[in-house]
Design a protein around this ligand. Structure first.
Ligand SMILES: [Zn+2]
Length: 299
């Protein structure tokens, strides 16, 4: 397919690019109980990988690929396998984060603009352009359109009566993306299993975020034991978690049978899987309530 590459804006053959990089889906599949993925948006359908769009030419895709590899090997895999929780980085992390926020926002622009007001669209367009220039080395940093990273961990204790009962499954096993607007706060949200990346579109109180900002040249992820994040962001995370649960409740009887059959074909795989570990943690905290299938059947 020939078209205009959204990054370099040259007319070229376009590649079908993953919005969230493919290695994330590969890892999810490799460590799943069944070897298949079911997208949150349509859990009745098995899928092999995530959302793809014709966004980039070969050269730009390769540029992104270099940062993706760095991120995969230096942070994503060690964190996902519980081998490390502190990571030093150099300039590649900010490039990677911007490339993710840029892709998610650009793909969202291609799909559905109706939920944004003109003021929002204007701000989002500015962020998109600043990020594009930063990716092409036309500016030294992304200015106020900062990138933040949150490495997530299991929740073992909590005193929140409204904590979603699938919280650990969501934290450890979900891929999610969104463009979010609160009153005075807007950001691109990209979740790749245990790593959340935020790209600020509009934030008048950046000091409400502590320990999460990605620096231009170098830094350490996971250095601070205490992070500070705004309360409405925590509420947003719970909301996303509940959404995944509702969509799981929409899995048909036939598909549950299919999942069970796949489980029983390779019990060893299922028992050793990361899927089971995440579910185990939810069950430990919430008991039977953590089981989506049984609960939806009782209704
Ligand atoms: Zn290009």
């Amino acid at each position: 397919m020939i078209g205009t590459c959204q990054l370099c804006r040259k007319s070229k053959i376009l590649r079908e690019s993953h919005i969230i990089p493919n290695f994330v889906f590969k890892w999810l599949k490799d460590t799943s109980a069944t070897g298949y993925l079911r997208p949150g948006s349509n859990p009745n359908k098995r899928s092999q990988d995530g959302v793809k769009q014709y966004l980039l030419c070969d050269d730009c895709e390769q540029l992104f690929g270099n940062w993706e590899n760095k991120f995969k090997n230096s942070i994503f895999l060690p964190l996902s396998h519980g081998k490390a929780n502190k990571f030093s980085y150099s300039s590649w992390l900010l490039k990677f984060a911007v490339s993710i926020s840029w892709r998610v926002l650009a793909s969202c622009f291609k799909q559905d603009l109706s939920r944004f007001s003109t003021i929002h669209l204007d701000k989002a367009n500015k962020a998109l352009e600043v990020w594009r220039e930063f990716l092409l080395d036309k500016r030294p940093h992304p200015d106020k359109y900062q990138q933040h990273i949150l490495p997530m961990d299991l929740i073992e204790n909590h005193n929140d009566p409204n904590m979603p009962t699938n919280i650990n499954s969501y934290i450890l096993r979900s891929v999610d993306m969104d463009v979010v607007w609160f009153k005075k706060r807007a950001f691109v949200y990209s979740k790749m299993c245990r790593v959340i990346i935020l790209g600020f579109i509009d934030e008048d109180r950046p000091n409400y975020w502590e320990g999460t900002k990605i620096h231009v040249h170098k830094g350490i992820v996971g250095e601070t034991l205490r992070y500070r994040i705004p309360e409405n962001f925590i509420a947003y995370l719970k909301d996303r978690t509940n959404k995944v649960r509702s969509s799981l409740e929409g899995i048909s009887e036939k598909q549950w049978d299919r999942i069970e059959q796949t489980y029983s074909k390779d019990m060893d795989r299922a028992m050793a899987s990361e899927t089971l570990k995440a579910t185990y943690q939810d069950v430990k905290m919430f008991g039977d309530k953590a089981f989506v299938k049984n609960n939806s059947k009782k209704k």
